[in-house]
Ligand binder design. Structure first.
Ligand code: ZN
Length: 159
């Protein structure tokens, strides 16, 4: 039995914060504002998995009102959601994500992000597709004020 889930997230950029994408430290500044480490890519993958499981969204599982989650590594959220997936007897068939940002250019990072997510999710890197695009200088993302991410995940129930 297959199920599919969709995730979308966006965070404002914040100069003084580190930028994490897919659990990988991309830069020590020009990061993203948020309660946790604001890893927009991981957040979109978490929501895609939860969507496939029909188990709410990341905000319900890891509230931004909870001081416990302040500055927390988003990789911890994804690990917990992978455990929920496993406990429900599902596995990930594949993940396909697109990160939308003007800066930085993610071309040289895509493979590293794929490997980072593979370690966090404990799945083969060939099941994880990471794509990057710009917003053609249009709107808030195009003005380098935010980074967004879209993810889709297919999961399969184990026999
Ligand atoms: Zn988020």
């Amino acid at each position: 039995m297959y199920r599919v889930g969709l995730g979308y997230d966006i965070h404002r950029k914040e100069k003084s914060r580190k930028l994490f994408l897919g659990g990988l430290l991309i830069s020590k500044n020009n990061g993203l504002a948020g309660h946790s480490d604001a890893d927009v890519l991981i957040h979109s993958i978490c929501d895609a998995i939860l969507g496939a499981l029909n188990d709410g969204d990341i905000g319900e599982h890891f509230s931004d009102k909870d001081p416990k989650n302040k500055n927390k590594k988003s990789s911890n959220f994804l690990k917990k959601i992978m455990k929920i997936l496993k406990d429900n007897n599902y596995e990930v068939c594949n993940v396909d994500s697109t990160v939308i940002c003007e800066k930085p250019n993610l071309k040289g990072y895509k493979k590293k992000i794929q490997n980072s997510l593979s370690l966090i999710m404990k799945i083969n890197p060939n099941k994880i597709s990471i794509k990057a695009t710009t917003h053609e200088k249009l709107g808030e993302i195009g003005n380098d004020k935010a980074i967004a991410s879209k993810s889709i995940v297919l999961i399969q129930k184990n026999a």
